[in-house]
Ligand binder design. Sequence first.
Ligand code: CA
Length: 232
Amino acid sequence: MGKILVVEDERDIRSMLGFALSRAGFETIEAETSKQAWGQLNEVKPDLILMDWMLPDGSGIEMIRHLKSDRDMSSIPVIMLTARTQEEDRIRGLNVGAEDYVCKPFSPRELLARVNAVLRRNTLSHQSENRLELGQLVLDADCHTVTIEGSDVKLGATEFRLLQFLMEHPERVYSREMLLNKVWGRNKYVEERTVDVHVLRLRRALEPWGYNQAIQTVRSVGYRFVSDFVRG
Ligand code: CA
């Protein structure tokens, strides 16, 4: 299974993580500071990084920003570990490129679920870019069609782009601001609540087949497309 770099200065949390991850079959590499973490990253490329928010020699956010601007490292998914409960901090982390976050205190089970989801998402994004599938939901970017169980799903142009973006980036929380940047483009002035309007339309279009449930609302943050959603 995968290698996970744990960057965390609190020994108790580090050992709890090491224990839980190795029991789940992961190999863990540990670092107490961002300096140590960079040292580890020169030696080995992990499949995922768990990054504490507050490190003795700087903030995890700074480290994520550097990672995501490094060509060799930017593809490594990062989950933030944060004690902060303020949504602004979480959104800041997501905006610099973290894939997800877990708030302390967390249970090993919760953490493993997020780790597995993020790793699954990375595997899925390696599928063909022109054809995206989730169960019976198929989006074909070349033909500009969406079908569920073979039936056409009629979507407006914005809903189509939104669904395409979400299917290309499953398991990751996106704030409304990020969705605006990614789906609408930075240059346009659009209010954040516009995102909600289009998410609502998209959900309505998918609802007859139950696929509306694949688009989760993450309270006070934004939206997440869940790839392990399978219609019951
Ligand atoms: Ca810390």
